[in-house]
Design a protein. Structure first.
Length: 432
């Protein structure tokens, strides 16, 4: 309960700072507008922070917020529903707009334009497609492409137009699930192109040119760039920033997150740990501890997905990857990304050897101290206190422990252990 109180206090402080910041940078003459997509994945704290800004009781900020989410992925007890209800109770004006799929007339117009036929001619086909896809734009396009690929829609040179047979389309067993349809479609691609899509999906929605270049140096991924360009022509990916991978600023991005989800689904669940690990090892092997800032988090993320494999490495390599996790954790703390920092530093601590306090004392101190700092920021006061005690026990010189003691005393104050905090401060002063 005390941890929850401390975490709540930290969050209230963040909300207060954000409210003050928005009051400074926004006004009626210069309002601030921000947009967040895919709120169905948002957590309670993130929405709580937005709520604090929008419901600022002093009304000194001028903020216009636009958020989108998929209603079919949200239940009545979802945090987004409680978020909107709470805003209304605070008197915040809300306009909710529902963006449905295409209506049947829209699907008919799309098919009419695509096949270059009169709307009345393709209406039976449009009706069939609409009832299968419910007007979902992505699903509609993928469904039509599947019909063409299965020769259920063909171009007739004799009639000089596209023709089809509704009865055959009805009989054909084509998935009514867009994810399954995309996975099936990808399954027909050449093995090397499937491999390229799998690699890209491991990086999330987009992948940088630097990552492509480094992976392409490895024999295992030597044709990655070439296959990604083919995947762009296939319609699964797009280039952002340029039209090819020759531009340094180019990002390879999935057209839709469902496409990325389908590509990631090509990797069997039991193989994903090894798959991420292999990608991480290639990035690490070509850059080492001095991996570029752009790929730092990505490299560490992939390596840490296979932490059970890292623990089997020789001592020298384990220490090297622990140093890389320290660097990533330090950078994440600088960006106030404490949850990510905690995950990086925790793996770094796990990779330390049994004699690390004797032979890698500086690395051990830094990992434990920053992990304590991240835990404290996340409200895990007890965990932070335990790790700080470990450092205090292991480090001999008092002058090397001032920062550790400072944070340790803060944890004592957070736990309302005022007497121990006082005695600790008095002891330190007596030793100076």
């Amino acid at each position: 309960q005390q941890q929850q109180v401390d975490s709540g206090l930290n969050f209230k402080g963040l909300c207060f700072a954000m409210q003050g910041f928005m009051r400074v940078i926004s006004s009626k003459s210069s309002p601030v507008m921000f947009f967040l997509d895919d709120l169905q994945w948002a957590d309670k704290l993130s929405l709580g922070l937005i709520h604090a800004v929008l419901s600022d009781i002093k009304k000194m900020s001028t903020v216009f917020f636009v958020g989108t989410y998929r209603s079919n992925e949200v239940q009545q007890d979802h945090v987004i529903c409680r978020f909107t209800d709470s805003l209304e109770s605070f008197g915040v004006g809300i306009t909710q707009m529902r963006l449905d799929g295409m209506v049947e007339e829209d699907v008919n117009a799309l098919i009419s334009d695509s096949l270059c036929v009169f709307p009345r001619i393709c209406r039976p086909l449009s009706s069939l497609v609409y009832h299968r896809t419910r007007g979902n734009p992505l699903f509609t396009i993928e469904f039509l492409e599947t019909l063409v690929k299965h020769d259920l829609i063909q171009y007739s040179f004799r009639e000089r137009r596209w023709v089809w047979d509704e009865d055959k389309i009805k009989e054909e067993e084509i998935s009514s699930n867009v994810l399954h349809l995309l996975t099936t479609k990808m399954g027909t691609l050449p093995a090397r192109r499937q491999e390229a899509l799998k690699v890209a999906s491991c990086f999330g929605s987009q992948m940088s040119k630097l990552a492509v270049d480094i992976l392409s140096k490895s024999p295992k991924y030597s044709d990655l760039s070439h296959e990604l360009e083919k995947a762009v022509r296939d319609g699964f990916l797009e280039f952002v920033g340029s039209r090819s991978l020759h531009d340094e600023l180019t990002m390879t991005k999935f057209h839709h997150d469902k496409i990325r989800e389908a590509a990631y689904g090509l990797i069997h669940c039991d193989e994903r740990e090894r798959y991420h690990h292999d990608i991480g090892m290639v990035l690490y092997s070509y850059a080492g501890v001095e991996v570029e800032e752009e790929l730092l988090f990505s490299t560490v993320h992939h390596l840490n997905r296979g932490v059970s494999l890292l623990l089997k490495f020789p001592s020298e390599k384990r220490i090297s990857i622990a140093q890389l996790n320290l660097r990533a954790g330090t950078r994440a703390i600088q960006q106030s990304s404490f949850k990510s920092a905690y995950s990086y530093l925790k793996v770094g601590v796990e990779l330390l050897l049994e004699d690390s306090w004797e032979n890698q004392s500086k690395l051990s101190i830094n990992l434990y101290f920053l992990l304590s700092k991240a835990a404290y920021a996340l409200g895990s006061i007890d965990d932070a206190k335990i790790m700080l005690k470990t450092i205090i026990e292991k480090v001999k010189k008092l002058e090397d422990k001032f920062d550790i003691y400072f944070l340790y005393i803060k944890t004592l104050l957070s736990k309302r252990e005022f007497h121990e905090a006082f005695e600790t401060c008095r002891w330190i002063l007596s030793e100076l």
